[in-house]
Write a protein that binds this ligand. Sequence first.
Ligand code: SAH
Length: 395
Amino acid sequence: MVNGQVILKTGRDKNVRAHHPWVFSGAVQHVKGKPQSGETVEVRAANGDLLGLGAWSPASQIQVRLWTFADARIDRDFFVERIRQALAYRQQLGIPQRNSGYRLLNAESDGLPGVVVDVFGDWLVMQALTAGAEYWKHTIAAALLEVMPAQGVYERSDVDVRKKEGLETTVGSLKGAMPPAQIDIEEENRHYRVDVLHGHKTGFYLDQRDNRSVLQHHAADKTVLNCFSYTGGFAIAALQGGAEQAINIDASQPALDIAAQTAALNGFVPERMENICGDVFKLLRDYRNEGRQFDIVVLDPPKFAENRNQLEKAARGYKDINLLGFKLLKPGGLLFTFSCSGLMESSLFQKIVADAAVDAGCDARILRKLDQATDHPTRLAFPEGYYLKGLVCQK
Ligand code: SAH
């Protein structure tokens, strides 16, 4: 059912005609009807052309997110079809065949703004990030179980971005059975333990899968310092690739406890993985002062920039850890360095890493550029969907 019409200002229809799915409040001329938060509205150009249908979000600066650029019905069948398309794309890439943990729905880039769904074994974990996602989440959960042979759908909408939509944070079972406290998944030839109830985001950083595989190929007989390790995703990949030892550093003891369990799950003796709870910024300095050196250093920090005002501070943070990272590398060693801040452009990130190398006194080179995994695609019309970039640099 359509509950209103949003008429755009003259000349402000260009982005939507190019299939960018967001309508900012400044582009809206007027609203016909009385749509409630999350309800479906028509989006029309000033001349009356129908541009598509979207979810109304009065509290947000992004007042409409478009579900479709066609004249379609937004209902359960619509969601079933989008989910089928998303699954087919991933099956075509062989992702569900090789991984029991993967991203099924990547929001805007899978045609479902605000809807994130990750698969962990027999369970689906959903984030409803927007008013539209919130309005439809029970329908989407039912549609998911129609398409996927899963035991249940669990919601992890404990994310601050919901406040911008006028929504409270919330967690809990949406449909089917409650997931267990821990789910063990397979990723390529690696095993991981995931805490979908309390872990970060939906429980695991699936976006780094392809990059973990790259590290695995470089890791034979190496020593690896895995900074911002979370549950040791990169460390397990390194050990599977034959690394001598991997050291995880993270501020979260529960994450490191899972890392230790994950090492056992993969059959590694405890000596091959050291888990250190602490502040990466401080420990890297301590290691530098002690003159410690590693074959491989991984730097995968949290988002340093949440908005444009934080970009400069973020740049200083990246520079600091990358400089220390280079210093801790043996000659010929590899730095796997990442930024998951969408606002930090690839070119700027590369420049910061280059500056860090100069200040560390090394003439490093890029061996490879890295990205978010292929189950986290970016719609060309929606460049905001691209956020994770990385460099493999050789000292
Ligand atoms: N590399 C991980 C994901 C890292 S997410 C993976 O592949 O799974 C970022 C991590 O950094 C989180 O686990 C968070 O607990 C940790 N963290 C944030 N600030 C930190 C700090 N100053 N020192 C150590 N860990 C930190």
